[in-house]
Design a protein around this ligand. Structure first.
Ligand SMILES: [Cu+2]
Length: 283
């Protein structure tokens, strides 16, 4: 009888301890909305901590889908109603420049998450680096926070910067498929122009012709690809990308303006095995 009482007491203590310790460590937010995301880093100022997330926990040269959350340092609560803008800047030896980026907006159906995308057209190196500045409004007060970010080089070509035959500087970026399959894949590409060193707006009403090839296998192609076009102004360019087998593929492209003039890239022929405008995929 005595030992039973003791066991009951022990059990109660364990339950009590685990419950109370739970209560003390839990954050004010009932649900963690960042499940499935990995933190890249935090950028802080005196008032807030900005947590930066992606699917794999790192940034890379090319297209990046980024999710952020802002924590008030005073009460550890996440901000649910902030207006946020951001500015990535590359500090090069001879100059500074930004890159294509979307607006930052609230994630639909989430209370504390904000999202946007950034296309880093260049990678960092030993002497040149990127930083990211956030400017945001909370209760009509403006704040900024800034820090250095890591942007390593991509192993495959997923972003291209070039001058078109119209003398405009363009940046195009591979966005999807994120996980290519031996199938007809939904393809997305972002097309931007360099207005000046800090502004890279979306280019509308152009067209991208694609011709995926396997250079290691007689440069064979694939059937049923479709050219990429916008379905809405300001949006990505979308089409169908066909893979008949896994391995290394070169996605040869041509960029056409709204008058169907070729601005960059060549059709693939026996004499010309590759376009000067291309992305690389290996899967
Ligand atoms: Cu640069």
């Amino acid at each position: 009888m005595k030992s039973l009482k003791y066991i009951a007491f022990l059990l109660l203590s364990i339950i009590f301890i685990s419950c109370s310790s739970d209560d003390h460590t839990s954050t004010p937010d009932p649900t963690d909305e960042t499940i499935g995301l990995v933190k890249i880093q935090e950028i802080a100022n005196e008032n807030h901590t900005i947590e930066i997330y992606s699917k794999n926990g790192s940034l890379i040269q090319g297209y990046n889908l980024i999710t952020i959350r802002l924590k008030d340092k005073k009460n550890n609560e996440y901000l649910k109603d902030a207006q946020i803008s951001w500015l990535p800047v590359m500090h090069m030896n001879m100059m500074e420049h930004s890159c294509p980026k979307s607006e930052v907006h609230k994630v639909e159906g989430k209370q504390t998450l904000y999202t946007g995308d950034i296309i880093f057209q260049m990678a960092q190196n030993e002497t040149e680096y990127w930083d990211l500045t956030f400017t945001y409004m909370v209760n009509k007060i403006s704040y900024t926070a800034k820090d250095i970010i890591k942007v390593p080089a991509s192993a495959k070509k997923t972003v291209s910067t070039f001058t078109g035959s119209d003398n405009v500087r363009y940046i195009i970026a591979y966005i999807a498929p994120e996980n290519p399959k031996v199938a007809l894949n939904d393809m997305s590409i972002g097309v931007y122009k360099m207005q000046d060193m800090m502004n890279f707006p979306v280019v509308n009403n152009y067209k991208i012709k694609i011709d995926p090839r396997m250079p290691s296998m007689g440069n064979h192609g694939s059937p049923n690809n479709t050219d990429l076009a916008q379905s809405e102004t300001g949006g990505f360019y979308k089409g169908k990308l066909s893979f008949t087998m896994s391995g290394y593929w070169k996605i040869n492209m041509q960029l056409l303006n709204s008058s169907a003039q070729v601005l960059k890239g060549e059709p693939v022929t026996t004499e010309i095995p590759s376009s000067s405008l291309y992305f690389e995929i290996e899967f």
